[in-house]
Design a protein around this ligand. Structure first.
Ligand code: FAD
Length: 468
């Protein structure tokens, strides 16, 4: 029988790879893992965690402004970007250390370096040219930012560099309409950077519920972000004082910095996957079955490199399921439905289940419940910001199939609502749930009026109009 150096070799020490390596080792497997940059991967080093720390930092601006309506005065805060970045870096280094020690404690051999396949069972790890054989290989190499191929693109940055700017520019163009673009646009704008969000599509946040997309656009504009849709950059020129983006329609826009957040591409280049027989999809992603197995029997893949649902908790779940199935004797499948998701814009979005447009394609009859209101806090703060809550209900079964929130703490609210949707809660269950007062989320259990499109809504009698 063929023998191997290890039972499992994991390529990539991010969310999915580290979880898979640790769990496989806990099931008794001999495991090695290689990471070419820093253990922790995108989420910890240059994704979710540092991003959320910057989001927290950016939101103090609102707190200082809102405090005045509650009687506070004399606040003259100053912001120090370099200090924020240094503190953020220290925290990221601490987390990286925790990831490494978790691997060590689990008995996983952690190698620093780039791993590539030689054949389906053999890998080489650079820079030391170390060769290892493995019975099973897991590819968990994640993704990287895509930059549009235009003249001068090299002058722009991506989210990777945005975490390490040595100073804030006076102005920035953030290119993209997805969650990363929007989050960074909000971060920069809150720190006083004149911000343009430039997106080639007709409306930001493709794939989200249209009401959320419209309401967030309104709130971003109220905050001063210049949201420009239907526009694309043709080229970027470097000037003595900054950059000029020339749009495809010939319009020039000057900015201190330009950041591309135009999507991410799976990290499969240069791994020699095709040589080993691994089938790739059109975006370069590894094609896997429900068990995360590739077209080669002993090679599996989890996380962003498979381009299924590109979020950290999903990568972790896939890594865990792979290790339990292959090394723990517990075949486990990951359910990719009902994945709650957030946009940590300010105000933020939380969303779980179907957006209305998709629900209408799949479900014959729907009831929609919507509330757009000014939260109690802003009666005194004076902030002109409105919350949006929306439930989408299958009329036949009364099941709530979508829950969408825009406003403070939307992500926290939707994480909990996701449990209800998972348990197949009906609108009657929401209605029967006692409200927790005074909160904004009580609106989710007190919405009684079905929303009707303006043309179908009954015209209120004149005296009601007068009273409003
Ligand atoms: C700016 C930003 C913000 C984000 N915010 C959120 C959020 O709020 N919530 C959320 O859920 N998700 C968020 N994400 C997405 C999340 O980070 C990813 O979904 C998650 O990290 C995927 O985990 P992974 O294990 O698949 O890959 P990764 O975490 O990307 O790990 C892959 C690792 O493999 C390494 N690697 C690549 N090739 C090799 C090789 N040949 N040899 C050795 N090592 C290699 C890389 O260096 C990397 O460390 C964000 C991403 C970005 C970029």
């Amino acid at each position: 029988m063929q023998t191997f150096d290890v039972d499992l070799f994991v390529v990539g020490g991010g969310s999915g790879g580290v979880r898979a390596a640790r769990v496989a080792a806990s099931h008794g497997a001999k495991v090695a893992i290689a990471e070419e940059y820093r253990f922790g991967g995108t989420c910890v080093i240059r994704g979710c965690v540092p991003k959320k720390l910057l989001v927290y930092a950016s939101r103090f601006r609102d707190d200082f402004e809102d405090a005045v309506g509650f009687g506070w005065s004399g606040l003259s805060p100053k912001f120090d970007w370099a200090k924020l970045i240094a503190n953020k870096d220290a925290e990221i280094a601490r987390l990286e250390g925790i990831y490494q020690s978790l691997l060590e404690k689990a008995g996983v051999e952690a190698l620093t370096g780039r791993a590539e396949l030689i054949d389906a069972h053999t890998l080489i790890v650079q820079p030391r040219n170390r060769r290892l054989t493995a019975r099973t290989v897991l590819i968990a190499t994640g993704g990287r930012p895509m930059v549009t191929d235009i003249p001068g693109a090299g002058h722009a940055i991506t989210s990777n560099e945005a975490f390490h700017l040595d100073h804030l520019p006076a102005s920035i163009i953030v290119v993209g309409g997805g969650y990363i673009a929007i989050e960074f646009a909000c971060i920069f704008q809150a720190f006083g950077v004149t911000t343009t969000l430039l997106y080639r599509g007709p409306k930001i946040l493709r794939g989200f519920d249209d009401d959320l997309r419209d309401a967030l656009t309104t709130e971003l504009e109220k905050r001063g972000v210049d949201v420009v849709c239907g526009a694309e950059i043709a080229e970027i020129d470097k000037r003595r004082t900054g950059l000029t983006a020339t749009l495809k329609d010939g319009r020039p826009i000057d900015a201190g910095q330009i950041m591309f957040a135009t999507g991410r591409t799976p990290n499969t280049a240069g791994l020699a996957l095709e040589a080993a027989g691994v089938r790739l999809g059109p975006k370069g992603q590894i094609v896997v079955d429900a068990h995360s197995r590739s077209s080669v029997d002993n090679i599996y893949a989890v996380g962003d490199v498979t381009d299924r649902v590109n979020l950290t908790p999903v990568a972790i779940r896939e890594g865990q399921a792979f290790a339990d199935s292959v090394f723990g004797g517990k075949p486990t499948l990951v359910d990719h439905e009902l994945v709650p998701t957030a946009v940590f814009s300010t105000p933020e979005i939380g969303s779980v289940g179907l957006p209305e447009r998709i629900a209408r394609e799949r479900i014959a009859k729907l009831d929609i419940y919507k509330a757009r209101f000014r939260p109690l806090k802003h009666t005194l703060s004076g902030r002109d910001e409105r919350m949006l809550m929306k439930l989408i209900v299958d009329r036949e079964t009364d099941r709530v199939v979508g829950c969408h929130v825009l406003g403070a703490d939307a992500a926290e609210i939707v994480q909990v609502a996701a449990i209800a949707l998972r348990l197949k809660a009906t609108k009657a269950d929401f209605d029967a749930t006692m409200a927790l007062h005074p909160t904004v989320s009580e609106e989710l259990v007190t919405m009684r009026e079905k929303w009707q499109p303006p043309s179908a809504a009954p015209v209120p009698p004149p005296q009601q109009v007068a009273r409003r």
